[in-house]
Design a protein around this ligand. Structure first.
Ligand SMILES: Nc1nc2c(ncn2[C@@H]2O[C@@H]3COP(=O)(O)O[C@H]4[C@@H](O)[C@H](n5cnc6c(=O)[nH]c(N)nc65)O[C@@H]4COP(=O)(O)O[C@H]3[C@H]2O)c(=O)[nH]1
Length: 845
């Protein structure tokens, strides 16, 4: 073998000699001598780079601390130390410290004696030794690494939240962690000595861990039935993943993984919390499902660009649009109505500001053409980082509510029959019109219309025709004015037209208003075709101008109403502007009303009586005529207050008083033989007669006063026949059944219809004094008077002529069959006492 040796000796000559000797003994060896450590270092360094040495041989005296330095340079080559024979002890320290590998015997204590074989053997032994050392070092490092890894594994196993076991091919539990013991509540001692897994199962079985009470309620694919497991002694082939329940009530998910070599690793995970969260989630989803399925609301979600991405709930039914048509669209891209541009802008601004919004209402047309109203509320959605991801919310079909609202609005503000604004809306529009007038200085006009003959039409033809006429009048009125004007129906046959912005000058405005009113007159005068019948109707129109808010709206209406009455009293079918004279009359009327009220309270009303006589002038009875003994005005005749009493309803208390006094008078006469046969007529207004309690009131008064009903005659007027004739007849029959006489006053002046006359249970007709007055001079009045007498006779009724002032009149009437008379010719109305006194004397002619 060719060896390269570095020799180091403190003496250069010695070193060289040794090198030479070695080289001589082994030709081919390279022997290099170094006399100093520094030199040796240099050579070694050079050798490491170029021609490495196989060994270094040093003299014993170098086996001290300095050898350390040398050794540092030796690298991986054997280091020999030459020691004198038996001198190894000297080198022991260096050898022990590993500075040198071997001590080479030098029998004579000189290097010269170092044999090449010794160097070769040293090199060989050194190689083995080094290899062993290397292996040992490697082993040490590996076991240290293993120990470290084992520690790390143990720490890991101890810190994981799962229980873990490793069962080898023989079924012994080789590895387990603390968590495994905790989860299955196993005593640590049970796992000592790597016991067979069956031993654990046995322990658990004995403890009762697998009783039926731990069966999973819903074993399903992932669960297993604990009682079965026990029955199989733990040898049940369990699935790779299953769920078990522990006596502690925890749910453990067990996963088994086979490992190479036949063993298996099991993990035990406590999934109780997970399951309860899952259950809570399931419940929550079930709730959500119930909500969406049972509620008529629907739920929606949009992405960050406000496009629909999800719908839950009865959307198609309620929304009127299938979901699929809405996905990917924004709310404003879905065809809609009922939302103005400004409302959309406001809504989009809200969305862009990521604000919560409530009850945004919109309207869509469903595929079937119906209108669907929806109310939408929503809130923005943000992800975990707070980024806006869209909107979600709820929507509700509010079509019914909208319909109801519209209906309420219609009922509240519009007339049901004609669809025109009603009084409430009219008042509102009038307020607006007067405010507008105040701003722009233009006059407006209020036209108050009443149909002249409407009541007659309604009564004679029926309500259907009356309603039909009103609808057509409404249409014609609307056609006569501008869209900005208002046509309203106040009720019955009363209409109001509000004309706005006519003219700044009053005269001009009046002319314009009159033109419109004339147009209305002409239009409403045209014949109507109602339910196939041609009808005629005319209006009376009252007009009042307004400019600004000076006159309160109710007063304007009142003035127009007054003007309308004026138009009526001037002959109907005409228009009349309001003037202050009318106002004065109205004021006087309300003063009179207050006065009548006070008069009733002060008991200022009394009765005068006017005689009714037979052909011989003998007294048959009398007519009671009310008088008002006014504290300031003296005796006021009924002509001055009856009409107002009728208009204001005061006729009811007044009439009651008259009836009571008349009946008392009758009862009084009954007690006096001379007058016991007298009858007494009492005037009854249509309004009184129609009052629901009237018949009973008459009967009560009769009973109370003990008057003989057969002596009482109620004088009714023809105006009674204008309303509900059947009811009138029924009431009359009730009174007649109790013996009360009924007389038709003023016959021939009003609406008398012969057909009615036949059906009315009357006992007497009165010839109105307007016919009697001119009976001698006016042939037609004479003819009427004679006809009434003939009619009464043919119907078997008494007939009385009233207002007879002259013998001529009396004689004419007598000649023509009239046997009863009343009038100044026989006596003026006066107190009852005067009546009796007069009766004792011959009638004054
Ligand atoms: N020119 C003229 N007039 C004559 C003559 N004879 C009687 N008169 C008047 O003619 C009226 C007859 O009463 P009427 O037709 O029922 O008309 C009555 C009646 O409609 C009503 N009235 C009177 N009293 C009552 C009452 O107690 N209740 C009701 N509801 N109305 C009454 O007032 C009307 C007027 O009553 P009065 O002013 O008392 O006027 C009475 C009477 O004074 C005559 O020969 N020539």
């Amino acid at each position: 073998m060719s060896v390269s040796v570095l020799l180091i000796e403190g003496d250069a000559n010695h070193a060289a000699a040794i090198a030479q000797a070695l080289a001589g003994a082994r030709p081919g060896w390279r022997t290099v001598a170094a006399a100093t450590l520094a030199q040796a270092c240099g050579l070694l360094q050079a050798g490491a780079a170029a021609a490495p040495f196989d060994a270094v041989l040093a003299a014993q005296h170098l086996a001290d601390g300095t050898a350390l330095d040398l050794l540092a340079l030796l690298g991986d080559i054997p280091a020999l130390i030459a020691v004198p024979e038996g001198g190894e002890a000297h080198a022991a320290h260096a050898l022990r410290r590993g500075f040198f590998d071997f001590a080479v015997q030098d029998p004579r204590g000189a290097y010269l004696q170092v044999l090449p074989e010794q160097v070769e053997a040293a090199i060989t032994r050194s190689a083995g030794l080094r290899e062993r050392r290397r292996v040992e070092a490697e082993l040490e490092r590996t076991s240290a690494l293993l120990a470290e890894k084992t520690r790390a594994l143990e720490v890991t196993l101890a810190s994981v939240s799962q229980g873990i076991t490793n069962v080898d091919a023989e079924g012994r539990i080789r590895v387990h962690n603390q968590r495994y013991l905790e989860l299955l509540d196993l005593p640590p001692a049970l796992l000592e000595g790597e016991p067979p897994a069956e031993q654990i199962v046995k322990f658990q079985t004995e403890r009762g861990d697998f009783g039926p009470q731990f069966d999973l309620i819903e074993p399903g694919a992932r669960g297993y039935v604990a009682s079965e497991y026990a029955a199989h002694g733990g040898r049940l082939q369990v699935p790779d993943v299953y769920l078990r329940r522990t006596p502690a009530g925890r749910y453990i998910e067990v996963r088994t993984r086979m490992v190479p070599g036949g063993g298996r690793v099991r993990t035990f995970t406590d999934v109780t919390d997970y399951l309860s969260i899952q259950e809570a989630l399931r419940q929550s989803e079930a709730r959500w499902r119930s909500l969406t399925q049972l509620s008529s609301d629907w739920f929606w979600e949009q992405d960050a660009e406000f496009r629909f991405v999800r719908f839950d709930g009865s959307t198609e039914r309620e929304q009127g649009t299938p979901d699929v048509q809405l996905y990917g669209l924004t709310r404003w891209e879905v065809p809609h109505t009922g939302v103005t541009e400004a409302q959309w802008r406001a809504h989009r601004a809200q969305l862009e500001a990521h604000e919560v919004f409530h009850d945004f209402e919109m309207q869509r047309t469903a595929p079937d053409g119906s209108t669907v109203w929806a109310s939408v509320s929503g809130e923005p959605i943000f992800d975990a980082e707070g980024r806006f991801t869209g909107y979600r919310g709820v929507a509700r079909n509010i079509t019914e509510r909208k319909r109801a609202e519209a209906e309420i609005q219609r009922l509240a503000f519009y007339d049901d029959l004609t669809g025109l604004p009603n009084r409430r809306l009219l008042m509102d529009r009038l307020e607006q019109a007067t405010r507008l007038g105040a701003r722009d200085g233009a006059h407006g006009a209020l036209l108050f219309l009443d149909l002249d003959n409407f009541k007659g039409i309604n009564d004679t033809m029926g309500h259907e025709w009356g309603d039909g006429l009103l609808v057509q009048v409404a249409e014609r009125l609307s056609a006569c004015v501008r869209a900005s004007d208002t046509v309203a129906r106040l009720g019955g046959d009363e209409f109001v037209v509000v004309l706005q912005g006519l003219h700044a000058l009053e005269a001009e405005a009046a002319a314009l208003a009159e033109a419109v009113a004339q147009k209305i007159l002409a239009t409403l005068n045209q014949p109507y075709d109602v339910r196939g019948r041609t009808m005629h109707s005319t209006p009376s129109i009252g007009i009042v101008l307004f400019c600004g808010t000076e006159q309160p709206v109710p007063e304007l209406l009142q003035r127009a109403d007054l003007a309308m009455y004026q138009a009526k009293s001037r002959g109907r079918n005409m228009l009349c502007f309001f003037d202050l004279g009318m106002q004065a009359a109205a004021t006087a009327r309300s003063a009179l009303e207050a006065d009548i009220r006070a008069g009733l309270q002060r008991d200022e009303f009394l009765l005068h009586y006017q005689r009714v006589v037979d052909a011989d002038g003998a007294m048959l009875g009398a007519e009671a005529l009310v008088r008002w003994r006014h504290s300031e005005r003296g005796m006021v005749p009924p002509g001055e207050f009856i009409a107002v009493a009728e208009q204001t309803g005061l006729i009811l208390p007044l009439g009651r008083r008259v009836l009571r006094e008349a009946c008392q008078q009758l009862a009084q006469w009954a007690r006096e033989p001379a007058c016991a046969h007298w009858t007494l007529s009492v005037n009854v207004s249509a309004q009184e007669f129609r009052h629901p309690g009237f018949v009973q009131q008459v009967l009560d008064v009769i009973a109370e006063t003990q008057a003989d009903p057969r002596r009482l005659k109620l004088e009714l007027t023809e105006s009674l026949l204008l309303h509900d004739v059947e009811d009138t007849i029924a009431r009359m029959r009730m009174l007649r059944a109790r013996g009360v006489g009924l007389s038709l006053d003023d016959f021939g002046t009003g609406y008398s219809s012969l057909s009615y006359l036949k059906r009315l249970p009357l006992s007497q007709l009165k010839i109105d004094q307007s016919f009697v007055r001119d009976v001698l001079t006016d042939p037609s009045d004479a003819a009427i008077a004679c006809t009434v007498v003939a009619l009464a006779n043919s119907l078997g009724l008494d007939v009385v002529a009233e207002g007879v002032e002259s013998d001529g009149q009396r004689d004419f009437l007598l000649r023509n069959g009239c046997r009863r008379f009343q009038g100044y010719l026989f006596g003026r109305p006066g107190p009852a006492s005067a009546l009796r006194a007069a009766d004792t004397e011959p009638p004054s002619r």
